[in-house]
Design a protein around this ligand. Structure first.
Ligand SMILES: [Zn+2]
Length: 484
């Protein structure tokens, strides 16, 4: 009898393994076959123009009065002289003087247009760090096949890359299949209100709706996904929400020689500790799930097996993802206590204690839901909870021709890169274009290391000539691919 049961169980396990293995065989690659790009630009001249673009100190500040608008004027003049065909064949409209909209009329203007965006403002160079730069931050120096300076990554490479691509295509007498708008912000680093947001509102008032808008965002990075040998390029399809929670308790303080059992500091500390212990629930859904759906087919059979049978292994996958801050942020709303305030004197109990917690919200989580969760978790009626911020942006489609076009253009230039969707943790102008676009994608078409990413707002920002040329090729490919 015992033997029979053993056989029966072994049989069941066998069937289970067979069925799940068959399911994993149905996993197919979601990468389009690359058609190697034939775009050939004059690299030397393009690099010279890019290098000059870096020399304009188009720095943005939260106080708009601090802008050196002369530098912005000179930059726009530089664009006009450097890209003659663009300025001859496209219309240029300025919003709030410095937000730029170029419209390129396509063959089929009845179809929804596409938008390609970037921003030409840059963050300041931190005082005292100038001497740490290997090449001066506004030199645009070209040394050892690298271009140096503020904006080489964030994001003059976008603006110049797009215009170089357009100038090249115009030389080839190319006309896009549908209308293409280039939209360049001048205050992205300080929120984009007068640039991208004003541009989006202007176009919305005219009834324009894009099929997709592409902005800066994820890049192609090697060794990013364990188990994938190819470099992976990630395209942001949504941006996490950003909110701040304030916890506050007020009440009698008293003397520290006769403290009450529960003090204000203790109550707030307990509240935070409960939140950290509980955490928001994790769920592999939305952009995080999409990322793995695009990457898993390129992984080992074991990984394919696990992700193909996600309905069984989801709890296990989530457990693994929760072990690293970077992957755990992909699948849940995160909590980060950043400010704690209480007390002034060592022998007096403070009457007020408060704390601020920075939250990054998953798509779909509303501020109300988040507040309810926090109130329920800390379970202390005397602590007031207030939440202020914004929820995540909408999630763009990965199943339509729009995402496929971005993938195809990227693979035509970076033939072996896996191009996958993901969730952005940082903000950019892209969110403003949600107003006027069915989809917004966030992708910077360069292949860099995670070290390079850290240089974006830091010291020694630079990019290789090869990457810059590839970025130009990507934008040219994108405009071509959209017509096919
Ligand atoms: Zn940027």
């Amino acid at each position: 009898m015992k033997r029979r049961i053993t056989f029966f169980l072994l049989g069941l396990i066998g069937i289970f393994l067979l069925v799940t293995a068959i399911i994993s065989l149905t996993v197919t690659s979601r990468q389009p076959s690359p058609i190697a790009s034939k775009v050939q630009i004059n690299e030397k001249e393009a690099v010279n123009r890019f290098s000059e673009a870096i020399t304009y100190k188009t720095v943005s500040y939260h106080d708009y009065k601090q802008f050196d608008y002369e530098e912005f004027d000179r930059f726009i003049l530089f664009l006009e002289t450097s890209y003659p065909l663009v300025h001859q064949k496209l219309t240029l409209e300025k919003i709030n003087e410095y937000g730029l909209i170029y419209k390129w009329t396509g063959k089929h203007s009845n179809k929804n247009p596409i938008g390609i965006t970037g921003h030409y403002d840059v963050v300041p160079v931190l005082e005292g760090t100038e001497s740490k730069w290997e090449e001066a931050p506004f030199s645009g120096a070209v040394v050892d096949e690298k271009i140096w300076g503020r904006g080489t990554l964030d994001d003059k490479i976008g603006v110049i890359g797009i215009l170089e691509a357009a100038e090249y295509l115009l030389e080839q007498e190319f006309q896009p299949s549908r209308d293409v708008y280039f939209m360049f912000g001048f205050d992205e680093e300080v929120g984009g209100e007068k640039g991208a947001l004003a541009i989006a509102n202007t176009l919305k008032d005219r009834g324009i709706e894009f099929d997709f808008v592409i902005d800066e965002g994820g890049a192609i990075v090697e060794n990013m996904v364990p188990g994938v040998t190819e470099p992976v390029g990630v395209v942001g399809i949504s941006e996490k929400g950003y909110a701040t929670v304030e916890l506050k308790i007020e009440g009698s303080g008293g003397h520290s020689s006769q403290p009450k059992e529960r003090t204000n500091i203790g109550r707030i500390a307990t509240a935070i500790s409960k939140l950290e212990e509980t955490q928001f629930p994790a769920d592999l859904q939305g952009p995080g799930e999409d990322l793995f759906e695009f990457v898993a087919p390129e992984m080992s059979f074991f990984m394919k097996y696990v992700f193909a049978n996600k309905f069984l292994y989801e709890p296990l996958i989530e457990k693994v993802l929760l072990q690293q801050p970077a992957t755990s942020a992909l699948i849940r709303t995160t909590i980060a206590p950043t400010i704690f305030q209480a007390g002034e004197q060592e022998n007096a109990l403070p009457e007020i204690a408060s704390a601020k917690i920075n939250l990054r919200l998953m798509p779909g989580d509303t501020l109300e839901e988040v507040e309810t969760f926090i109130v329920d978790t800390i379970d202390d009626e005397e602590i007031t909870v207030s939440v202020d911020g914004s929820q995540a942006t909408k999630v763009s489609s990965v199943d339509g021709w729009e995402f496929a076009a971005v993938q195809q253009a990227a693979r035509n230039v970076y033939n072996d890169a896996i191009i996958a969707p993901y969730l952005m943790f940082a903000g950019s102008d892209a969110k403003h274009y949600d107003l006027v676009s069915r989809n917004t994608y966030r992708f910077l078409p360069v292949q860099i290391s995670s070290e390079d990413l850290n240089r974006m707002h830091g010291t020694n920002e630079h990019i290789s000539v090869e990457n810059f040329v590839n970025a130009v090729k990507f934008y040219a490919e994108l405009m071509k691919v959209v017509g096919e």
